[in-house]
Design a protein around this ligand. Structure first.
Ligand code: ADP
Ligand code: ZN
Ligand code: ZN
Length: 825
């Protein structure tokens, strides 16, 4: 008998059912079930019928359980391809992620259980129809009677025949049917009314005759349509200044036709002008040629481009992508969410038009599904997007580019807690495709790997047109204070802004904190207002007159008297972007000052509008957080001020020096990109710190050499892996007891498996640096472990924490396990 066995993942919140279940595929379904398709299976004691996804099909089953049978197959084509299935399984093992979460990363956006397949009937001529067998004929008839389109489930119901999927496939291969996927979302397809002339007229004269010169308004409309063809009703009414009744009466007369057309949900604005191809500079060409050379010799390779800001990295990506298109291959271009600016999108869409899909977090589910489908169905060749675009379901992937590879947003902090670089490497290995990662300030880990030869290092040392990198001046704010300047601007920065305004040049001011004041404290007793769910200090926002928690979003009114000692001397300290804005406006009343941070860009379109105003030079001074630091290319910006370089330096995290170096270099890179020289002023209380000094000199290599030594000495990545286990819950006592209990069990387990001596370090359990977030108390265990022993250690962690094999009562306790997290806060 022809039977097979399927491993099926079921979407079920419970972690105890998060594993593949084996089902029997009976002979009548064997030909129809494929890996990546959804199936209906009986599940649990009551044999509830649920939807699952087949991740593996096997010829044999050696277990002893009596297997349940797959009831039916839902899809006629796999939702996801084999390589993405393998990728998910790999992720769930690598990052200790639940299967279902790993699969959701690669499945279509939204609830995969809601994906529907529509079957569309092409025209069938009688002579072909007559060659069909009875079952085929009845499928065709049903769809025909349903206006040429039917949903697969409904068709199967009407056919009431197990062979339906097979018949559909036969008809598809004969070109009689086509299928397309759709997802049910809360957002309904959008329709708009369109108008066109019902009859074809060969000339205006013909038109005039038909309508008659006396109905001049109708004639005007008709002539307009004659010239324009089909146009949206709204537009027509506006253009010819006509009422709806005139148009309706023309419809009644049969002169025109009004129809509903579906508006394709597209995140790309239509009015993007072409972005012309640049002749590569010598440096760009060398870099491009080296990569192409490897590709043409069919060597799958990995490259790290270390290119200063403004060295034209994007042009290299664009031309590599073009080569891929010529070879019939697809490309994924990843950029950090924050620099997924209209500028980046414009460059790709401007050059490749509708062959580009854009994926980012501001898209609605409907929009995201449409983009996903376009990629899956091969309608586009390029996917540009943030982190998750690495899963773009292309079938012939040739190239992945990761721009600003050092960015922390490439590491996911939610399950699956993947590192985009590693996932990209894996996908490139699957397809034999090329990986290009690039940055002006590569992460210590990536640069280390390039020195070890895992990535081929390519350098771009010059800016385009040999523009100079801006001069960086460091200002010691302690001296400013000593000389009596209590303002947030040093004398030098103030004067530079003034001069820039006189010269009609633009200025960017950067501060890594939004809000007005970073904390509110009592001068009498030292009390600081903290979020009562997160125990971190709250930030004052002037405009709303509220204190906000930047972790959980809680907002409260600021107190007038100290809740502890009742004194009135409760004051605002520390500065945020909002305060810088207020200050700047006061000091430069004639300048146009705008602020760009999370608070001013939450409304749709506001971000674009600030950028456009900046581009059109309608803004003199732009103040902002990280949002202004990345990827922006404004020609008229000649001055960049960093208000306080210390905000990122003082965090208790081993990456702080690296982040500070990166931030200064990136922010500085926004200046002097046009024909005028740029200048950068960095204000700090730590002027002698190596991150700041070496950023001033643009000396990446010296920074890397120093940093890598420190990492080695104190045993941090890339020399080890850091595993963070956070044990959290609302009851602090329980959290403490359970952390200790789990710690002991883990140690015992590591002893048992003889791993304890090979793990570098186990620290904890101690309160996490962010001790309380959203009402949960957090205790942390940190383990350092070399690559060789990582897999064994992960198995132990899985055993102890995830499967809870020691059967600890874990009511009210949760774990957050992260392998090489971004920050250990
Ligand atoms: P990066 O990403 O390395 O910071 P960009 O890709 O933004 O640099 O390039 C900086 C500017 O130089 C852009 O305005 C871009 O259009 C322009 N540019 C890139 N390559 C060339 C070239 N070969 N010739 C002239 N201009 C170029
Ligand atoms: Zn007080
Ligand atoms: Zn909070």
């Amino acid at each position: 008998m022809n039977k097979k066995f399927a491993q099926v993942i079921i979407d079920n919140k419970s972690s105890s059912t998060d594993k593949p279940y084996t089902y029997l595929i009976d002979s009548d379904l064997v030909e129809l079930v494929e890996e990546g398709m959804r199936v209906l299976v009986p599940f649990g004691l009551g044999n509830r019928v649920v939807k699952g996804i087949v991740i593996k099909i096997e010829e044999n089953y050696f277990g002893s359980h009596k297997l349940k049978k797959i009831i039916d197959v839902i899809d006629d084509k796999p939702l996801i391809s084999k390589d993405l299935i393998d990728l998910s399984i790999w992720m769930s093992e690598k990052y200790l992620s639940p299967y279902i979460d790993a699969f959701k990363a690669v499945l279509p956006p939204g609830d995969f259980k809601e994906v529907k397949t529509n079957i569309l009937l092409e025209e069938v001529h009688d002579d072909i129809y007559n060659t069909l067998d009875t079952l085929e004929k009845s499928v065709v008839t049903i769809i025909h009677n349903n206006k040429g389109k039917i949903e697969l489930g409904e068709l199967k119901e009407q056919m009431n025949n197990r062979l339906t999927n097979k018949i559909i496939r036969q008809l598809e291969s004969k070109g009689i049917l086509t299928t397309s996927m759709e997802i049910q979302t809360s957002i309904e397809p959008k329709y708009e009314k369109y108008v066109y002339l019902k009859n074809r007229f060969n000339s205006r004269e013909e038109l005039n005759q038909k309508i008659g010169k006396r109905s001049y308004k109708q004639l005007e409309i008709a002539e307009f349509l004659f010239d324009k063809g089909e146009i949206p009703l709204k537009e027509l009414m506006m253009e010819v200044n006509s009422s709806i009744s005139t148009i309706k009466s023309m419809e009644k007369k049969g002169l025109i036709q009004i129809v509903n057309r579906e508006i394709f949900r597209s995140p790309i604005k239509e009015d993007i002008s072409p972005y012309k191809k640049h002749e590569l500079t010598l440096e760009q060409r060398n870099c491009f040629d080296t990569i192409m050379d490897h590709i043409n010799r069919n060597q799958s390779s990995k490259f790290l481009i270390h290119g200063v800001t403004g060295s034209g990295k994007t042009e290299i990506y664009l031309q590599l992508v073009e080569e891929m298109i010529n070879k019939g291959k697809e490309s994924i271009v990843l950029v950090p969410e924050i620099s997924l600016t209209p500028q980046t999108v414009q460059r790709f869409v401007g050059r490749f038009g509708d062959r580009v899909a854009v994926l980012h977090s501001k898209l609605s589910y409907g929009e995201r599904f449409d983009q996903w489908r376009k990629i899956r169905e091969g309608k586009v060749k390029i996917a540009v997007g943030a982190r998750s675009a690495v899963f773009a379901p292309f079938s012939n992937l040739g190239l992945i580019v990761i721009d600003e590879e050092h960015e922390s947003t490439y590491k996911s902090s939610m399950n699956p807690k993947y590192d985009t670089l590693q996932v990209a490497e894996k996908r490139c290995d699957q397809f034999g495709s090329t990986l290009v990662i690039a940055s002006a300030t590569p992460s210590v880990e990536s640069y280390y790997r390039s020195i070890k030869g895992e990535y081929k290092l390519l350098n771009l040392k010059k800016r385009i047109m040999n523009r100079e990198l801006p001069f960086v001046k460091i200002i010691d704010m302690r001296e400013e204070l000593n000389s009596g300047n209590k303002s947030i601007f040093s004398k030098e920065l103030y004067e530079a802004i003034e001069e820039n305004l006189k010269d009609n040049k633009q200025t960017i001011l950067f501060l890594n904190r939004r809000g007005h004041s970073t904390f509110v404290s009592c001068r009498q007793c030292g009390y600081v207002v903290k979020c009562n769910k997160c125990s971190i200090s709250m930030t004052y926002h002037l405009k709303e007159n509220r204190l906000k928690c930047h972790y959980c979003g809680l907002a409260i009114s600021p107190p007038n008297i100290c809740p502890v000692c009742k004194s009135k001397y409760i004051k605002y300290f520390g500065i945020g972007t909002e305060k810088v804005e207020e200050f700047t406006k006061r000091l430069f009343p004639n300048a146009v000052v705008k602020r760009m941070d999370l608070d001013t860009t939450s409304k749709k379109g506001s971000y674009e509008s600030i950028l456009n105003n900046m581009k059109e030079e309608k803004i003199d001074i732009l103040i902002g957080t990280q949002m202004v630091a990345k990827g922006l290319d404004f020609k008229n910006v000649t001055l960049v001020g960093i208000i306080a370089a210390d905000t990122s330096l003082n965090l208790p995290d081993f990456r702080s020096p690296e982040r500070t170096f990166q931030l200064i270099t990136q922010v500085a890179g926004r200046a002097g990109r046009g024909d005028f020289e740029g200048k950068v002023i960095v204000q700090t209380y730590n002027p002698e710190h190596y991150s700041i000094q070496l950023a001033q000199e643009y000396n990446y290599l010296a920074f890397y050499n120093k940093e890598v030594l420190i990492r080695k000495e104190f045993n941090y990545p890339p020399f080890t892996n850091i595993i963070s286990i956070i044990i959290y819950g609302e009851d602090v006592k329980r959290v403490i007891i359970k952390s200790k209990e789990f710690y002991k069990i883990l140690i015992n387990n590591l002893k048992q498996i003889n791993l304890i001596d090979f793990v570098d370090n186990i620290i904890g359990p101690f309160p996490a640096p962010l001790e309380r977030i959203k009402n949960n108390y957090r205790y942390q265990i940190i383990i350092k472990c070399k690559n060789e022993y990582l897999d064994k250690l992960k198995t132990a962690i899985e055993w102890v924490f995830i499967y809870n094999r020691y059967k600890v009562d874990v009511t009210g306790i949760k774990f957050n396990i992260d392998i090489n997290p971004n920050s250990i806060l």
